[in-house]
Design a protein around this ligand. Structure first.
Ligand code: KG4
Ligand code: ZN
Length: 368
Protein backbone atom coordinates (compact mmCIF):
# COMPACT_ATOMS: atom_id res chain seq x y z
CA UNK A 1 0.00 0.00 0.00
CA UNK A 2 0.96 3.55 -0.53
CA UNK A 3 2.00 4.97 2.79
CA UNK A 4 5.51 4.53 4.01
CA UNK A 5 3.93 3.92 7.47
CA UNK A 6 1.25 1.36 6.71
CA UNK A 7 0.70 0.23 10.28
CA UNK A 8 -0.17 3.65 11.69
CA UNK A 9 -3.40 4.13 13.61
CA UNK A 10 -6.67 4.60 11.66
CA UNK A 11 -7.74 8.18 10.99
CA UNK A 12 -11.02 9.82 10.00
CA UNK A 13 -10.77 13.27 8.48
CA UNK A 14 -13.31 15.89 7.41
CA UNK A 15 -12.16 17.66 4.22
CA UNK A 16 -13.30 21.13 3.13
CA UNK A 17 -12.76 22.59 -0.36
CA UNK A 18 -13.75 26.13 -1.43
CA UNK A 19 -10.92 27.26 -3.72
CA UNK A 20 -12.99 27.87 -6.86
CA UNK A 21 -16.64 27.33 -7.77
CA UNK A 22 -17.45 24.14 -5.89
CA UNK A 23 -18.44 24.12 -2.21
CA UNK A 24 -17.37 20.69 -1.05
CA UNK A 25 -17.02 18.64 2.13
CA UNK A 26 -16.19 14.96 2.58
CA UNK A 27 -15.36 12.42 5.24
CA UNK A 28 -12.54 10.00 4.45
CA UNK A 29 -11.04 7.29 6.62
CA UNK A 30 -7.56 5.88 6.33
CA UNK A 31 -7.26 2.39 7.77
CA UNK A 32 -4.24 1.14 9.65
CA UNK A 33 -3.18 -0.85 6.57
CA UNK A 34 -2.93 2.40 4.58
CA UNK A 35 -6.07 1.93 2.49
CA UNK A 36 -8.62 4.72 2.17
CA UNK A 37 -12.42 4.79 2.22
CA UNK A 38 -14.55 7.71 1.09
CA UNK A 39 -17.41 7.75 3.58
CA UNK A 40 -19.11 10.79 2.06
CA UNK A 41 -18.35 13.23 -0.72
CA UNK A 42 -20.62 16.26 -1.14
CA UNK A 43 -19.96 18.70 -3.98
CA UNK A 44 -22.27 21.64 -4.52
CA UNK A 45 -21.47 23.21 -7.88
CA UNK A 46 -22.01 26.92 -8.47
CA UNK A 47 -22.23 26.39 -12.23
CA UNK A 48 -25.64 28.03 -12.51
CA UNK A 49 -24.52 31.18 -10.64
CA UNK A 50 -21.59 31.73 -13.02
CA UNK A 51 -23.00 30.46 -16.34
CA UNK A 52 -24.40 33.84 -17.40
CA UNK A 53 -20.90 35.34 -17.11
CA UNK A 54 -19.15 32.59 -19.11
CA UNK A 55 -16.66 32.03 -16.28
CA UNK A 56 -16.20 32.06 -12.50
CA UNK A 57 -16.87 35.45 -10.85
CA UNK A 58 -14.75 35.52 -7.64
CA UNK A 59 -17.11 37.68 -5.59
CA UNK A 60 -20.14 35.57 -6.48
CA UNK A 61 -18.16 32.43 -5.66
CA UNK A 62 -17.12 33.69 -2.20
CA UNK A 63 -20.69 34.68 -1.29
CA UNK A 64 -22.04 31.35 -2.48
CA UNK A 65 -19.47 29.50 -0.32
CA UNK A 66 -20.55 31.51 2.74
CA UNK A 67 -24.17 30.59 2.14
CA UNK A 68 -23.60 26.91 1.38
CA UNK A 69 -20.65 25.69 3.42
CA UNK A 70 -22.35 24.96 6.77
CA UNK A 71 -25.05 22.89 5.06
CA UNK A 72 -22.55 21.04 2.89
CA UNK A 73 -20.45 20.10 5.95
CA UNK A 74 -23.56 18.92 7.82
CA UNK A 75 -24.56 16.82 4.79
CA UNK A 76 -21.08 15.26 4.58
CA UNK A 77 -21.21 14.22 8.25
CA UNK A 78 -24.77 12.94 7.90
CA UNK A 79 -24.00 10.92 4.74
CA UNK A 80 -20.98 9.37 6.42
CA UNK A 81 -22.93 8.58 9.58
CA UNK A 82 -20.17 10.40 11.45
CA UNK A 83 -20.37 12.33 14.73
CA UNK A 84 -17.92 15.11 15.52
CA UNK A 85 -16.31 12.83 18.11
CA UNK A 86 -15.50 10.27 15.39
CA UNK A 87 -13.23 12.75 13.61
CA UNK A 88 -9.49 12.99 14.17
CA UNK A 89 -8.85 16.08 12.08
CA UNK A 90 -10.12 18.68 9.65
CA UNK A 91 -8.23 19.20 6.40
CA UNK A 92 -8.92 22.37 4.45
CA UNK A 93 -7.76 23.75 1.12
CA UNK A 94 -5.61 26.75 1.98
CA UNK A 95 -4.54 27.51 -1.61
CA UNK A 96 -3.98 28.07 -4.44
CA UNK A 97 -7.25 29.53 -5.66
CA UNK A 98 -9.63 32.46 -5.38
CA UNK A 99 -8.81 34.24 -2.14
CA UNK A 100 -12.41 34.97 -1.08
CA UNK A 101 -13.41 31.32 -1.26
CA UNK A 102 -10.21 30.18 0.43
CA UNK A 103 -10.88 32.57 3.34
CA UNK A 104 -14.38 31.17 3.79
CA UNK A 105 -13.04 27.60 3.94
CA UNK A 106 -10.00 28.23 6.12
CA UNK A 107 -11.82 30.42 8.68
CA UNK A 108 -14.68 27.91 8.93
CA UNK A 109 -12.28 24.99 9.35
CA UNK A 110 -10.21 26.76 12.00
CA UNK A 111 -13.33 27.73 13.95
CA UNK A 112 -14.69 24.17 13.94
CA UNK A 113 -11.29 22.71 14.83
CA UNK A 114 -10.97 25.07 17.81
CA UNK A 115 -14.54 24.47 18.99
CA UNK A 116 -14.31 20.68 18.68
CA UNK A 117 -10.69 20.26 19.75
CA UNK A 118 -9.67 18.73 16.41
CA UNK A 119 -6.34 18.87 14.61
CA UNK A 120 -6.34 21.27 11.64
CA UNK A 121 -4.34 20.46 8.52
CA UNK A 122 -4.00 23.08 5.75
CA UNK A 123 -3.73 21.36 2.35
CA UNK A 124 -2.51 22.55 -1.02
CA UNK A 125 -5.33 21.98 -3.52
CA UNK A 126 -2.84 20.66 -6.06
CA UNK A 127 -1.61 18.13 -3.51
CA UNK A 128 -5.19 16.88 -3.25
CA UNK A 129 -5.23 16.22 -7.00
CA UNK A 130 -1.73 14.77 -6.87
CA UNK A 131 -2.54 12.18 -4.18
CA UNK A 132 -5.99 11.11 -5.43
CA UNK A 133 -4.67 8.07 -7.29
CA UNK A 134 -3.21 6.75 -4.05
CA UNK A 135 -6.72 6.87 -2.58
CA UNK A 136 -8.63 5.45 -5.56
CA UNK A 137 -6.11 2.95 -6.88
CA UNK A 138 -3.73 2.46 -3.96
CA UNK A 139 -1.04 3.59 -6.39
CA UNK A 140 2.52 3.44 -5.10
CA UNK A 141 4.97 6.31 -5.60
CA UNK A 142 6.53 7.52 -7.82
CA UNK A 143 4.07 8.32 -10.59
CA UNK A 144 3.75 10.96 -13.26
CA UNK A 145 0.75 13.27 -12.94
CA UNK A 146 -0.78 15.33 -15.73
CA UNK A 147 -3.01 17.88 -14.06
CA UNK A 148 -5.25 19.63 -16.57
CA UNK A 149 -8.15 21.75 -15.32
CA UNK A 150 -9.57 25.24 -15.64
CA UNK A 151 -6.81 26.64 -13.47
CA UNK A 152 -3.81 24.36 -13.92
CA UNK A 153 -1.90 22.53 -16.65
CA UNK A 154 1.21 20.82 -15.44
CA UNK A 155 3.27 17.67 -15.31
CA UNK A 156 4.33 16.66 -11.80
CA UNK A 157 6.46 13.78 -10.65
CA UNK A 158 4.77 12.60 -7.46
CA UNK A 159 7.55 11.06 -5.40
CA UNK A 160 5.74 10.82 -2.06
CA UNK A 161 3.60 12.84 0.34
CA UNK A 162 4.99 16.38 0.29
CA UNK A 163 7.51 15.48 -2.41
CA UNK A 164 6.53 16.82 -5.83
CA UNK A 165 8.70 17.83 -8.73
CA UNK A 166 7.13 20.10 -11.30
CA UNK A 167 8.44 19.08 -14.70
CA UNK A 168 6.49 21.50 -16.87
CA UNK A 169 3.59 23.92 -16.74
CA UNK A 170 1.59 26.22 -18.96
CA UNK A 171 3.21 29.53 -19.80
CA UNK A 172 -0.14 31.18 -20.56
CA UNK A 173 -3.66 29.70 -20.47
CA UNK A 174 -4.60 26.53 -18.62
CA UNK A 175 -5.99 23.82 -20.91
CA UNK A 176 -9.52 23.93 -19.46
CA UNK A 177 -9.41 27.69 -19.88
CA UNK A 178 -8.50 27.22 -23.56
CA UNK A 179 -11.50 24.90 -23.96
CA UNK A 180 -13.75 27.42 -22.18
CA UNK A 181 -12.51 30.39 -24.24
CA UNK A 182 -12.75 28.41 -27.48
CA UNK A 183 -16.34 27.46 -26.65
CA UNK A 184 -17.20 31.05 -25.79
CA UNK A 185 -15.83 32.46 -29.03
CA UNK A 186 -17.72 29.80 -30.99
CA UNK A 187 -20.95 30.58 -29.12
CA UNK A 188 -21.07 27.17 -27.38
CA UNK A 189 -22.41 26.67 -23.85
CA UNK A 190 -20.38 27.10 -20.64
CA UNK A 191 -18.48 25.14 -19.33
CA UNK A 192 -16.73 24.87 -22.64
CA UNK A 193 -14.90 21.56 -22.29
CA UNK A 194 -17.93 19.26 -22.53
CA UNK A 195 -19.48 21.49 -25.24
CA UNK A 196 -16.38 21.38 -27.42
CA UNK A 197 -15.99 17.63 -26.93
CA UNK A 198 -19.62 17.00 -27.84
CA UNK A 199 -19.51 19.29 -30.90
CA UNK A 200 -16.24 17.70 -32.08
CA UNK A 201 -17.81 14.24 -32.32
CA UNK A 202 -19.22 14.86 -35.80
CA UNK A 203 -16.35 16.98 -37.05
CA UNK A 204 -13.43 16.48 -39.39
CA UNK A 205 -10.29 16.97 -37.27
CA UNK A 206 -8.12 17.53 -40.36
CA UNK A 207 -10.10 20.32 -41.96
CA UNK A 208 -8.42 23.22 -40.13
CA UNK A 209 -4.66 23.34 -39.89
CA UNK A 210 -4.25 24.73 -36.37
CA UNK A 211 -0.89 25.25 -34.62
CA UNK A 212 0.60 22.77 -32.13
CA UNK A 213 2.22 25.25 -29.69
CA UNK A 214 5.60 24.18 -28.25
CA UNK A 215 5.38 20.78 -29.98
CA UNK A 216 8.91 19.45 -30.43
CA UNK A 217 10.47 22.10 -28.17
CA UNK A 218 12.68 21.13 -25.23
CA UNK A 219 11.06 20.43 -21.88
CA UNK A 220 7.39 19.77 -21.24
CA UNK A 221 5.82 23.21 -20.80
CA UNK A 222 2.52 24.02 -22.49
CA UNK A 223 1.14 27.05 -24.29
CA UNK A 224 -2.50 27.22 -25.33
CA UNK A 225 -3.33 30.88 -25.94
CA UNK A 226 -2.05 30.85 -29.56
CA UNK A 227 -4.18 27.83 -30.36
CA UNK A 228 -7.29 29.60 -29.12
CA UNK A 229 -6.38 32.67 -31.22
CA UNK A 230 -5.95 30.46 -34.28
CA UNK A 231 -9.45 29.07 -33.71
CA UNK A 232 -10.77 32.64 -33.55
CA UNK A 233 -9.06 33.54 -36.84
CA UNK A 234 -10.39 30.41 -38.57
CA UNK A 235 -13.88 31.16 -37.23
CA UNK A 236 -13.74 34.74 -38.51
CA UNK A 237 -12.43 33.65 -41.91
CA UNK A 238 -15.31 31.19 -42.32
CA UNK A 239 -18.15 33.25 -40.82
CA UNK A 240 -21.05 32.71 -40.67
CA UNK A 241 -20.32 29.24 -39.32
CA UNK A 242 -22.55 26.29 -40.19
CA UNK A 243 -23.02 23.43 -37.71
CA UNK A 244 -20.52 21.42 -39.75
CA UNK A 245 -17.99 24.28 -39.62
CA UNK A 246 -18.36 24.37 -35.83
CA UNK A 247 -17.92 20.60 -35.53
CA UNK A 248 -14.85 20.68 -37.79
CA UNK A 249 -13.31 23.54 -35.80
CA UNK A 250 -13.89 21.78 -32.46
CA UNK A 251 -12.50 18.49 -33.80
CA UNK A 252 -9.45 20.25 -35.25
CA UNK A 253 -8.89 22.05 -31.94
CA UNK A 254 -9.12 18.80 -29.97
CA UNK A 255 -6.76 16.99 -32.31
CA UNK A 256 -4.23 19.82 -31.98
CA UNK A 257 -4.51 19.55 -28.17
CA UNK A 258 -4.09 15.76 -28.37
CA UNK A 259 -0.95 16.12 -30.52
CA UNK A 260 0.50 18.62 -28.03
CA UNK A 261 -0.29 16.45 -24.98
CA UNK A 262 1.30 13.40 -26.61
CA UNK A 263 4.44 15.33 -27.49
CA UNK A 264 4.73 16.93 -24.05
CA UNK A 265 4.18 13.54 -22.40
CA UNK A 266 7.09 12.06 -24.34
CA UNK A 267 9.30 14.90 -23.10
CA UNK A 268 8.06 14.57 -19.50
CA UNK A 269 8.82 10.84 -19.46
CA UNK A 270 12.24 11.43 -21.00
CA UNK A 271 12.96 14.02 -18.29
CA UNK A 272 12.03 11.52 -15.57
CA UNK A 273 14.14 8.76 -17.13
CA UNK A 274 17.21 10.93 -17.36
CA UNK A 275 16.92 12.06 -13.74
CA UNK A 276 18.54 10.15 -10.86
CA UNK A 277 15.17 10.08 -9.04
CA UNK A 278 14.00 7.23 -11.20
CA UNK A 279 11.31 6.46 -13.65
CA UNK A 280 7.56 6.34 -12.97
CA UNK A 281 5.56 3.31 -14.09
CA UNK A 282 2.22 5.10 -14.28
CA UNK A 283 0.68 8.18 -15.82
CA UNK A 284 -2.20 9.64 -13.81
CA UNK A 285 -4.51 12.24 -15.37
CA UNK A 286 -6.49 14.58 -13.11
CA UNK A 287 -8.50 17.78 -13.40
CA UNK A 288 -11.70 18.46 -15.33
CA UNK A 289 -10.08 18.10 -18.77
CA UNK A 290 -9.19 14.50 -17.86
CA UNK A 291 -12.92 13.84 -18.35
CA UNK A 292 -12.44 14.31 -22.11
CA UNK A 293 -12.76 10.85 -23.67
CA UNK A 294 -10.92 11.70 -26.87
CA UNK A 295 -7.92 13.09 -24.97
CA UNK A 296 -8.06 10.22 -22.45
CA UNK A 297 -7.82 7.69 -25.28
CA UNK A 298 -4.91 9.48 -26.84
CA UNK A 299 -3.10 9.73 -23.51
CA UNK A 300 -3.70 6.07 -22.75
CA UNK A 301 -2.21 5.01 -26.09
CA UNK A 302 0.72 7.41 -25.78
CA UNK A 303 1.43 6.20 -22.23
CA UNK A 304 1.31 2.55 -23.34
CA UNK A 305 3.78 3.28 -26.13
CA UNK A 306 6.10 4.69 -23.48
CA UNK A 307 5.65 1.66 -21.20
CA UNK A 308 3.42 3.41 -18.67
CA UNK A 309 0.00 2.33 -17.44
CA UNK A 310 -2.65 5.03 -17.55
CA UNK A 311 -4.93 5.86 -14.64
CA UNK A 312 -7.70 8.44 -14.64
CA UNK A 313 -9.61 8.46 -11.35
CA UNK A 314 -13.42 8.50 -11.63
CA UNK A 315 -14.71 11.79 -12.95
CA UNK A 316 -16.09 13.00 -9.60
CA UNK A 317 -12.64 12.54 -8.09
CA UNK A 318 -10.80 14.08 -11.07
CA UNK A 319 -12.68 17.34 -10.74
CA UNK A 320 -12.65 19.49 -7.61
CA UNK A 321 -13.87 17.72 -4.47
CA UNK A 322 -13.15 17.55 -0.74
CA UNK A 323 -12.42 13.82 -0.52
CA UNK A 324 -9.03 14.49 -2.07
CA UNK A 325 -8.39 17.22 0.51
CA UNK A 326 -9.38 14.96 3.42
CA UNK A 327 -7.12 12.19 2.05
CA UNK A 328 -4.16 14.53 1.58
CA UNK A 329 -4.71 15.79 5.14
CA UNK A 330 -4.78 12.23 6.48
CA UNK A 331 -1.57 11.30 4.65
CA UNK A 332 0.16 14.44 5.91
CA UNK A 333 -0.79 13.60 9.49
CA UNK A 334 0.51 10.05 9.04
CA UNK A 335 3.76 11.41 7.67
CA UNK A 336 4.17 13.60 10.75
CA UNK A 337 3.46 17.02 9.27
CA UNK A 338 2.34 19.21 12.18
CA UNK A 339 -1.29 20.17 12.65
CA UNK A 340 -1.93 23.91 13.11
CA UNK A 341 -4.41 26.21 14.86
CA UNK A 342 -4.92 28.48 11.85
CA UNK A 343 -4.72 27.95 8.09
CA UNK A 344 -3.44 30.97 6.16
CA UNK A 345 -5.17 31.31 2.78
CA UNK A 346 -2.74 31.61 -0.14
CA UNK A 347 -3.98 32.61 -3.60
CA UNK A 348 -0.69 31.37 -5.05
CA UNK A 349 1.02 28.33 -3.67
CA UNK A 350 3.23 26.23 -5.95
CA UNK A 351 3.30 22.58 -5.04
CA UNK A 352 6.95 22.37 -5.96
CA UNK A 353 8.34 25.39 -4.06
CA UNK A 354 11.76 24.87 -5.62
CA UNK A 355 10.51 25.20 -9.22
CA UNK A 356 11.06 28.40 -11.18
CA UNK A 357 7.96 30.61 -11.28
CA UNK A 358 6.03 30.31 -14.54
CA UNK A 359 5.43 33.36 -16.67
CA UNK A 360 1.81 32.99 -17.57
CA UNK A 361 -1.58 33.61 -16.09
CA UNK A 362 -4.24 30.89 -16.06
CA UNK A 363 -7.84 31.49 -15.00
CA UNK A 364 -6.93 31.87 -11.35
CA UNK A 365 -3.65 33.70 -11.82
CA UNK A 366 -0.11 32.35 -12.09
CA UNK A 367 -0.91 29.54 -9.77
CA UNK A 368 2.08 27.34 -9.83
O1 KG4 B 1 -11.02 20.44 -12.27
P1 KG4 B 1 -12.17 21.31 -12.64
O2 KG4 B 1 -13.56 20.79 -12.38
O3 KG4 B 1 -12.10 22.70 -11.91
C1 KG4 B 1 -10.95 23.50 -11.91
O4 KG4 B 1 -10.75 24.23 -12.89
O5 KG4 B 1 -10.18 23.43 -10.91
O6 KG4 B 1 -12.00 21.62 -14.21
C2 KG4 B 1 -12.91 22.42 -14.92
C3 KG4 B 1 -12.38 22.58 -16.32
C4 KG4 B 1 -13.20 23.55 -17.16
O7 KG4 B 1 -12.32 24.42 -17.82
C5 KG4 B 1 -13.93 22.62 -18.12
O8 KG4 B 1 -14.23 23.25 -19.35
C6 KG4 B 1 -12.93 21.50 -18.28
O9 KG4 B 1 -12.39 21.32 -16.99
N1 KG4 B 1 -13.60 20.28 -18.73
C7 KG4 B 1 -13.34 19.68 -19.91
C8 KG4 B 1 -14.25 18.60 -20.02
N2 KG4 B 1 -15.02 18.57 -18.89
C9 KG4 B 1 -14.60 19.61 -18.12
N3 KG4 B 1 -12.44 19.96 -20.87
C10 KG4 B 1 -12.43 19.16 -21.96
N4 KG4 B 1 -13.29 18.13 -22.15
C11 KG4 B 1 -14.20 17.81 -21.21
N5 KG4 B 1 -15.03 16.79 -21.40
ZN1 ZN C 1 -8.63 21.56 -9.06
Amino acid sequence: MVSSRPSSKPLTVLGIETSCDETAAAVVSRAGDGSGVIRSNIVLSQLAEHAAFGGVVPEIAARAHVTALDGVIAAALRDAGTEWDDLDAIAVTAGPGLIGGLLVGTVTAAAIAAARGLALMPVNHLEGHALTASLTDGLAFPYLLLLVSGGHSQFLLVEGVGRYKRLGSTIDDALGEAFDKTAKLLGLAYPGGPSVECCARHGNPRRFDLPRPLKGSAGCDFSFSGLKTAVRQAAEANAPLSDQDLADLCASFQMAVGDVLEDRLRHAVAACRSSPDGSPGHLVAAGGVAANLYLGNRLEKAAAALGLSFIAPALELCTDNAAMIAWAGALRLVEGYPATRFAAARARWPLDETAEPVIGAGRKGARA
